[in-house]
Design a protein around this ligand. Structure first.
Ligand code: ARG
Length: 273
């Protein structure tokens, strides 16, 4: 089965307000476009189909397609999304645009009535690779209450959710410190989690590969697993060895412009199936 991902061109990508510790430097828009094009090509070369949502002026973070909705498929086969409530008001309009995109393609919309709670899509919510369960983090962007509302809705559909508490501000989204490689193995940055959360992750994956804080801050845990490949912004001997053990071949994709906004490869797409 060909997997499909959704991406948003970086036409209006920019760094404006500091929403996370990485944000501060100006971006080079031309370079950003080239890096995005190369990422898209690498995904296609890996056998994935890429669908696009139109970028919108002044929505400078819309390129981070992992955040606006959580995408899933019910056990009945029905496709659904859970819209996010983004912590920063400058990202609120993005959610409605993504919801419209999915609505137009027949996805059921599960609205959680999040009110004062926040939930940031696949930035903080990750499927276990076999889709049997969901890892859900809170602490910096999503709130504990947001994760609780999400868990209740998923429990109704037969998907257990494990809440995880994030504790390192540089790893403000779950996708910066947990990267499942397959059903049994994950890359993690242990310092990103509270002790109890770390124990939950260790019991959920028989093989845990630990990244150092420096590796995590270089977004080496923000890669994309695609048909036996691992798209990563950087590769060192340590990561090469881990990937070899897990039977994945590394593909390096430069995402330096997007890292100035606190995101890398994983943040720039949403898996649709
Ligand atoms: N500038 C964006 C923000 O702070 C980056 C989002 C990164 N996305 C991710 N899935 N980690 O909201």
């Amino acid at each position: 089965m060909t997997k499909t991902v959704l991406m948003c061109p970086p036409t209006f990508f920019d760094v404006r307000e500091a929403k996370n510790p990485y944000m501060g430097q100006a971006i080079d828009r031309k370079k950003a476009q080239q890096q995005w094009d190369a990422l898209r090509r690498s995904l296609e070369d890996s056998g994935l189909k890429v669908e696009l949502i139109n970028p919108v002026k002044d929505l400078e973070d819309m390129v981070f397609a992992a955040n606006q909705v959580f995408v899933g498929q019910a056990r009945t086969g029905e496709k659904f999304i859970v819209p996010s409530h983004m912590r920063y008001p400058s990202r609120h309009q993005e959610v409605a645009l993504y919801v419209d995109w999915f609505r137009g393609r027949g996805y059921r919309i599960i609205d959680l009535d999040l009110r004062e709670e926040y939930l940031e899509g696949h930035g903080d919510l990750l499927w276990h690779p076999d889709r049997s369960r969901i890892w859900a983090a809170y602490g910096f962007r999503s709130t504990r209450g947001g994760v609780e509302k999400f868990s209740a809705a998923m429990a109704n559909m037969g998907f257990p959710v494990t809440p995880l508490q994030l504790v390192d501000a540089h790893c403000y989204h779950l996708d910066t410190s947990l990267c499942p490689l397959n059903n049994d193995a994950a890359l993690i940055y242990p310092g990103g989690f509270s002790p109890k959360s770390l124990a939950a992750i260790r019991s959920g994956f028989p093989r845990i590969h630990e990244l150092t804080r420096d590796e995590a801050l270089q977004f080496m845990g923000n890669g994309i697993v695609a048909n036996g490949r691992f798209l990563t912004p950087r590769l060192n001997e340590h990561l090469s060895q881990i990937l070899a053990k897990e039977g994945l071949s590394p593909i390096v994709v430069d995402t330096s412009e997007f890292e100035k906004s606190g995101g890398s490869a994983f943040c720039m797409k949403a898996f649709l199936d």
